[in-house]
Design a protein around this ligand. Sequence first.
Ligand code: PSU
Ligand code: MN
Length: 301
Amino acid sequence: MNKYLDCLPEVTAALVAGRPVVALESTIISHGMPYPQNVETALRVEQTIRENGAVPATIAIIKGRLKAGLTPSEIEYLGQKGRGVAKASRRDLPVLVARGEDGATTVTTTMIIAHMAGIKVFATGGVGGVHRGAETSMDISADLEELAMTPVMVVCAGVKSILDLGLTLEYLETKGVPVIGYGTGELPAFYTRKSGFKVDYRIDTPEELAAAFRAKLEMRLRGGMLVTNPIPEEYSMDPERINAAIDQAVKECNEKGVKGKDITPFLLARVKDITGGDSLDSNIQLVLNNARLAAQIAQFL
Ligand code: PSU
Ligand code: MN
C-alpha cells in the first residue's frame, strides 16, 4: 500500500473481499455547495451508496494524508471549513502532502487516490472541461487529462454549460476517453437532460457499462471512461432560465477578472445565487442519482 494513503478499515475490507466500492470527491463538499447542505448531501450520498449495496469512500487530503474513506466527523470538518480548504488538483498534491495540509479533491485527484486504493468507479456531479473562451485563455480542466490517464470510471450528470460542451467533447475524443450516455444518445447538460450534442455510445444497463469498462482495463488501454447520467426529469431545470443564469455568471467572472482554479467555484456559486437556490436542489438530486448508478455498476466490476 502507498505510504501516503490511509484507507478506512471498512473500505479496505470491502476491497480485499472483492465487494463493490464507490469513490466520492470532496471539492463538491468544500467548494461545490454551501454549508450545511454540503455536509448533509455528502452523508446522504454515502447512505444512497450503501442502500444500493456498495461501500462509499469519500476521498480527501487531511493533514497531508491521502484518505480513501472519511469518517462522518471528517466530512463535517471539511464541510465547515468550506472554501478554507485548498482545492487540490494533481499539481497541488506534492506540496500539500509535504506540508501536512488539508485538500479537497477534485475529479482529478479523486481519480488518482481512488486508483491508488484500488477503487474502479467514482460518482460525482459535474466534471471540469474546456472553458468558454479557452481558445485564448487556455483554461482546460486537468480533469480531462486525468480521464485520459487514470483507469477510473467517472459517473457524472454530463457537462455543465459554464463550459464549452463542443470543445470538451473534442478534447475527450483526442484523448481517447469514451463518453457514454446512460439510457440516452444525447449528452446531458447537468441541470438539463439535453444539450444538442451526441455522446459516443448509448448504454442502457449498469452491467453493460461495467463490461465496457472491464474491456478497457483488460486491454490495458490507458485512462478512464466518462458515464453521463441525465438528471431525473422531475428535478431538471428550465433550459432558458438556467442558461441565462450561467451566461450572467460567466459575464461577471470575466468582468471581475477571476482566474485559474477560482473560476469554477466562482461560477458554481454565482449560478446558485442567481437561481435563488433552485439549482442547488437539482444539483443535490443529480448527485444522488449518480451515486445510485455508480453503486449498481460497482456490483459488476
Ligand atoms: N463542476 C461542477 N461541480 C463541481 C466541480 C465542477 O458542476 O463541484 C468541481 C469538481 O471537483 C471538478 C472541479 O473536478 O470543480 C473542476 O475544477 P477546474 O475547472 O478548476 O478544473
Ligand atoms: Mn481551469
